[in-house]
Design a protein around this ligand. Sequence first.
Ligand SMILES: Cc1ncc(COP(=O)(O)O)c(C=O)c1O
Length: 381
Amino acid sequence: MKATPSRRYLDNAATSWPKPEPVLAAWNRAAREVGAAAGRAAYRSAVEADAIRQRARAAAARLLGGVDPARVALPAGCTLGLNLAIHGLVRPGDHVIATAADHNAVLRPLHALARRGIAELTILRCDGLGRVDPAAVAAAWRPGTRLVACPHASNVTGAIQDVAAIAAVAHARGGMLLVDAAQTLGQIPLDVAALGADVVAAPAHKWLHGTAGVGLLWARAGIEPEPLVQGGTGSRSESLDMPEAFLDRMEPGTPDVPALAACAAAADWLEARGLAATGADCRELAAACAARLRVIGGVQVFAATGAPIVSFTVEGYAPADVAVILEQAASIEVRSGFHCAACVHEHLGTSAGGTVRASFGPSNDRADVDAIVRVVETIRG
Ligand SMILES: Cc1ncc(COP(=O)(O)O)c(C=O)c1O
């Protein structure tokens, strides 16, 4: 699974690439040979499509720490999962606490609710690495606070939040915790119960190495978001009301069966390879890259390497220009700018143009670290 040498892909935090062969094979087989809609009919290929969805669900339940598959919905992506949770749980008059480290997939739906006067939103500040102090959650608590949202890891710095401590604060006050695990699912072993999360959302196409088109949304028993999206479920079709079951309410519409097949195959691939060891290898590359960039004059590094993400700026150069130079000089593909995180840059001191972000996957190696360091050294001349 080595990337072609003509591309040094370092944007795995956006989406992992290249995808493992078994993932592509599973996607291809489902698209070419199964083809049918899942959960809608009784003919053989439709039943197989449904079995694929159940395999993906079982895999997702394993990856979240052995949870009940009946509580793991597979919506069309992480952004949709987060919106289903937020719009489905926040009630008029609620106060919600989020963090400056959150992604816009969390902040924008909450901000939209606040703008419409439906809920009040407090966005907690973070430190210069994107970490939030759990004591700040306690300090921001009000009588109407019902939901806290936080990322498990920042998609800009990789910093892991102290989710268990934040959960303890929320639970002691009768609130719920929504965790955005987009940057940790498939990167570090997860146990949602140990984290103390009440709801978790994540995509399949990032560190899990599935494809876009499917996300994970887990909610513990007793947490029943109102359905944000209404539509066909293949169940209770004679009724105009959405069915009561969590999965039906969170999965209306025809699912992306090839993406579900890819998700199940990706989980098998990662578990066989060793999820913890694979993630550790990626983080080691990120740590090596961060350490070597840090000693270059005029380079500022923002990397906690909780997830294998290294953000940096180069004095005198806009991040967008650095990204262009990296590609032109050494075919290095990185992202630059704000990384869909509206608030974190104020705390990093990178509000001018954001950062350059390199993120390392299992196909990267030391040569990729050497290549990026060499180009940045040359830029600084
Ligand atoms: C922290 C975080 N949350 C949510 C998302 C949204 O994921 P998706 O675009 O796959 O829906 C991303 C993607 O970049 C992310 O990094």
